[in-house]
Design a protein around this ligand. Structure first.
Ligand SMILES: Nc1ncnc2c1ncn2[C@@H]1O[C@H](COP(=O)(O)OP(=O)(O)OP(=O)(O)O)[C@@H](O)[C@H]1O
Ligand SMILES: [Mg+2]
Length: 430
């Protein structure tokens, strides 16, 4: 085939022969001597020069633009790659959490997944044997259950949150009528923490735990908070119901981690409030939830037995239903000391009233001895409620101080309130 001739290309011909868009055809060479044309021609050349310069500048500008855009494309590509990576992360299936039970060989391990089933799985060779000790918390692939990663934070967030960093602002002096109990608690908790060597010298082991028991509102929780404030030991506080978990093994694990943390941060005090939630008698458990609570209790008993050598972890527990507690918890070697916090007697009520009425402007006719008589059978919390109620009445009537009627009415209100919701407690303490 013939290559294309010039004539085949219309623009080529028209361009070279026809009208020249840049006025080249009119360039003076063909018409020398024409002065007028000459004069016109010069500015033409300058025009061309300027145009060439402009075009060069334009080309330069375009080059700069090109580099800029290339740069931008590069950055956008990177960003898109990053976003895609993020998207992949978000779309990736969740891992299952489990615990290593045993390492069989270089490739296989036995793990217990969080729902309790035990599996033989392959392990990631990237993870060294030291990292994969039995008991380590690991992430497992959802399909193959092979070990993907080791989770360093072995403490459940619930346990980690138990550590009270700011000591509560409760002082022993905020408690009225509990001097004996405070003294006994100090002997059992503070003394061994401060002078462990003295106990070794006498060849006795200090009590491991103290159980505070007594009717609701008698200041048990407050007493434990005061201990936390007073000692320099780490204070780990948990409520029994937090330890009573629904899933198999969860409650036991929480207890184990709680004690682990306490040992790490020793000297430390573990406070379990409302321990009846997990410490109730082990009867024939009807539901799997009950059985799980019993397992949690057994773990607690085992932990209490396990740390005999460690004298710098102490346990305080509180309950208002001691008769419900499993005997195993109460035997010597576990909660060695049971400190009863009874309803305040006359002296106690006097002290508590002094605390709560102390700052209140009282009418001269108010006789504290009368109030003490009126509040027979009241708990500390009820006495506090009564003082608040009496104060509110005085403020509402725009009086400057509290009169005996305020107090009598407040006593009635508190008594009425008590009879309603706390019926069950009255059965036990009535
Ligand atoms: N002996 C006391 N002296 C001064 N205040 C007291 C005393 N006992 C109880 N109170 C008041 O009652 C409130 C409730 O006390 P606390 O929470 O310690 O009761 P509790 O014994 O733990 O009750 P529960 O068994 O229901 O948990 C406290 O905030 C405090 O103001
Ligand atoms: Mg309490």
């Amino acid at each position: 085939m013939n290559p294309m001739s010039d004539a085949d290309i219309p623009w080529f011909n028209s361009n070279s022969v026809g009208e020249d868009p840049r006025g080249m055809a009119e360039s003076g060479a063909e018409r020398p001597g024409d002065d007028d044309k000459d004069i016109i021609q010069r500015p033409d050349l300058t025009d061309v020069d300027t145009e060439v310069r402009n075009l060069r500048e334009h080309a330069q500008q375009l080059l700069v633009d090109k580099t800029y855009l290339e740069n931008e494309v590069g950055q956008l590509k990177k960003r898109s790659a990053r976003l895609e990576e993020e998207l992949r992360h978000l779309r990736s299936p969740p891992f299952i959490i489990g615990n290593v039970q045993d390492i069989l060989d270089d490739e296989r391990a036995i793990v217990r997944s969080s729902n309790g089933t035990v599996f033989l799985v392959s392990r990631n060779l990237r993870l060294s044997e030291e990292e994969l000790k039995p008991g380590t918390r690991v992430a497992l692939n959802q399909d193959s259950l092979s070990i993907i990663d080791v989770l360093t934070d072995a403490h459940d967030p619930l346990v980690a949150a138990a550590e009270i960093i700011d000591a509560p602002e409760v002082l022993y002096s905020d408690l009225g009528g509990l001097d004996d109990q405070i003294e006994r608690l100090k002997d059992a908790i503070e003394l061994p923490l401060m002078q462990p060597e003295a106990f070794t010298r006498f060849g006795i082991s200090p009590p491991k735990g103290v159980l505070l028991c007594g009717p609701p509102g008698t200041g048990k929780t407050m007493l434990a908070k005061a201990v936390a404030n007073q000692t320099k030991a780490t204070f780990l506080g948990m409520v029994g119901s937090e330890l009573a978990q629904k899933y198999i093994g969860e409650g036991g694990r929480l207890v184990r981690e709680l004690f682990d943390l306490a040992r790490q941060r020793a000297p430390s005090i573990i406070f379990i409030d409302e321990i009846d939630a997990i410490g109730a008698k082990r009867l024939d458990a009807a539901t799997s939830g009950d059985r799980e609570v019993q397992r949690t209790l057994m773990q607690l008993l085992a932990e209490m037995d396990g740390f005999s050598e460690v004298n710098d972890v102490k346990i305080i527990a509180a309950t208002n239903r001691p008769e419900l507690l499993d005997e195993a918890l109460l035997r010597p070697g576990r909660f060695d000391r049971i400190i009863e916090i009874p309803l305040p007697d006359e002296e106690g009520r006097k002290a508590i009233l002094a605390l709560h009425l102390g700052k209140m402007p009282l009418d001269k006719k108010v006789k504290v001895s009368n109030v003490i008589d009126q509040t027979d059978g009241f708990s500390g919390a009820e006495i506090k409620a009564l003082c608040i109620e009496a104060g509110i009445r005085a403020i509402k009537d725009e009086r400057k101080n509290v009169i005996p009627d305020d107090i009598s009415e407040a006593v009635d209100v508190v008594r009425k309130n008590r009879n309603k919701p706390k019926d069950t407690d009255l059965v036990h303490y009535g």
